[in-house]
Structure formats: C-alpha cells, structure tokens
Design a protein around this ligand. Sequence first.
Ligand code: EPZ
Length: 423
Amino acid sequence: MSKFIINGGNMLSGEINVKGAKNAALKIIPAALLSKEKITIKNLPDIEDVSLALSLISDLGADVKRSKGQVEICCENINKSELLPEIANKFRASIMFVGPLLARFGEVKFPHPGGCVIGAGGRPIDIFLNSYERLGAEIIEGEKYYQIKAKKLTGCDYFFPLISVTGTESFILTAVLADGVTNLKNCAMEPEIEALAEYLNKQGAKIKGAGTPTITIEGVKELRASDFTIIPDRIETGSFAIMAAAAKSKITINDCNPEHVLILLNIFKMINIPFESGNDFIKILPAKEIKPYNVKTREYPGFPTDLQSPFTLLMTQANGSSLIHETIYDRRLMFTDMLMQMGADIIMCDPHRVVVNGPSKLYGKKLISPDLRAGITLLIAALIANGQTEIDNIYQINRGYENIDDRLRILGADIKCINSLKI
Ligand code: EPZ
C-alpha cells in the first residue's frame, strides 16, 4: 500500500483549485442509465470512486469515453441489470445504480452493500428498499444478493423516516420514469440533490422542489441527452479552508461556490478567521488567535458531517474548549484517538460528542487513514505538526481528493507519496 510522508511546520501560501463534487458525480453517472442517448459530463474529478462508478456502468454495457476532467457515456446498449459485486462492494454509492436499472429494465440484482443486510453493521439501506417497494417493486432477498422486480413503477407519496441524502437522490432516480406523480416529504436539501434534479430536468424530467424538504416528480416516458458540468466540491472547499486556517496561512481557494459553505464561513467570522470571498473564490488570511466554538453536525444547510473531522482538528488550535457533537454517524469521532496520539487534548464524552481543549502542539506520528474525511484531517494535522508523520492506507484520502499531494506541494507542503511495499 502507498503512504504519505509529511514533514510539518511549513508555512503554506498560494492558490488551490477545487475539483468537481465527488458526491454529485456519483449520482450523475448512474443517472445516465435513464437515457439511451450519449451524454457528456464535465468537471469530473479524477478520483477512485468515480473510476469505480465508470467501471460499473461499463460492465453493464455502457459505452464510456473518458478524457481529462470529462466523460462521454452512452447507455443505448446496456445488456444486463446485475451489478458486479467485485466493483459494487467497493463503494456505497453503487446503490445509486439500482433505481435507474429498475426504472429501465423492471428488474435488478445487486449485492448487499457491505455489512449485514439492514441496519446494524454496515451502513443501512432500509430507506432504499422501502422506496422500491412503495413504487411497486417486489424485493427478493438472497444470501449474497437482493433481487428487485417491478412490472411497472407507479408514483407514490412518501415521507422519509429520516433525512437521507442518497435516499432522496435514489427515490428521484427511481421515480423519474414512473407512471404518475411522486410526492416526497422530509427530503434532504444538499446542493448535490438540486444539481441532480437540474441535470435530469435538462433531459426532460419534471422534478420540482429539489433543495427543499418537499419534492414532486411527475413521471415522463423517456429522457433525452444532455451535457452537464459537475458543481464544485463543497467538502473539498471546506477542507481546504480549514487547512488554511489551521496552518495560519494565506491561501486562495478557487473554482468553488462559497454559497455552499456559508455555515463554515459564518463560523469563521465568529472564531476570528479572517477571509475574503467572491463568486467563485475564498481567500483565507492568517488568524492571530482562533476562538473555540461548539458545533453540532446537521443535514444541509446545517454544519456538514463531512467537515466535522477537519473542524475538530481546527479546534485543537483554538484558545479554549469546544464541544463537537456528531449527530449523523455513530463512528465518525473514532479518529480523534489518533489526534490525541499526536498531542491533542480531546475528551470523548460519548460516541457522539467530544470536548476539544486547545491550543495544543501536535507532533508527527505513524498513522493509518481510517476513512476519507478522517484521512484528510490527519493530513492537515501532519502539515501543522512538529516533525514527520506517516499516513498509511492513503486510498482512503485519494478516493475523494484528486492528486492531493501534488496540489498541497504547490502550496509549499513537504509531502511525498511512497509505496510502503518497497521499503
Ligand atoms: C451521503 O451519504 C454522502 N455520500 C456522505 O458523504 C455524507 O456524509 C452523507 O450523505 C451525509 O451528508 C454520498 O453522497 C455518496 P445519509 P448517505 O443517507 O446518503 C442513515 C463522504 O465522505 N440511513 O444521508 O449514505 C445513515 O446510517 C460521504 O463523502 C439509514 O438509516 O448518508 C445515516 O445515519 C460519507 N437508512 C443517516 O441516515 C438508509 O437507508 C444519514 O445518512 C440510509 C441512511
């Protein structure tokens, strides 16, 4: 496996360009299954999860032509509706392929997406299964697979039992060709959902209310072709803004949408992080003293769970105590034990809440990236730590941050990537 070696303490400066949003791309790609015409997706990030999604759609028979930053997909000759487990098992968003295949072929077979069937263990999919049934499908659950069949899909009314981003997106993708009208309530409101609806409406879909808690989908017979440009990655944007603040460095983040990280920018104002922003940039300036702040993660437009890990790190550099409350996931604060190994003063109150006391000097350590957002957090911690840090399992960083080591090196970071097998 490859690893990053980082020597901390360098002052960073310069500009970094935000890539297309991973969590938009992973829905726009399966949406291509709903049309038989060639579509072009631009501003596509060159990351592992996108490669997996393109491999999965190719395996189904799509014609895929990828070039730098974009891809052409034609799903005219899709010849099967079974997701290849070796690929589908590698990323949770593979479940986004199920709805479009069900809508187009009336049946689909896919593996359990990790963990046990529903709920405990892997990330649950009960909302997805319920949505297919509510639209008229029958679910056969096998040892290793789900088989879903539907003679036809009929629009329905549905109230989400909890707010789910991919649950909302999957319902839209499954209902867009159904007979009749689907009314969804208690929907997620992330910008990636609005972007997906905008893309589908450009192709002739009739979706209203995306970005609000109530979405109406009037089923149509077919979708036409369309070109689409992926929106900027708001989590990359927030991660880089937090990195600049933690490193007390002047960094301009380009090609971003500050509107999508307003909550972070408002918190920056409250904790004395100076910045300027415009239509498509945020310029972070060095803070003299960072104030502590209590954060509770919430669905959009609340504080995003995907920025909780980097923000927790930032609070290790604040003057005082901060309470971080992770309300969305059960295990998303586990990475804090690695920050404590680096010298951070963090008290785990319960699996969902930690108190961070700062400021703390951090020291380089040998670490393993446990997941994507904790991984980028450990990388940022290494940049501001004294001494050398090794981060192993960097697949769990590269799968969501394109060429991250090259991009940080341009800012002045002392980071290199080595293949740990060679040592
Ligand atoms: C999306 O995951 C994102 N992934 C996540 O980003 C993000 O953290 C999350 O939304 C919340 O913003 C993609 O878009 C590919 P949820 P998703 O369904 O949709 C529970 C990253 O780092 N739930 O909104 O899977 C679930 O366990 C990733 O880029 C059920 O109980 O998240 C969680 O507690 C990580 N049953 C809560 O809902 C279900 O059927 C919210 O999860 C589905 C979800």
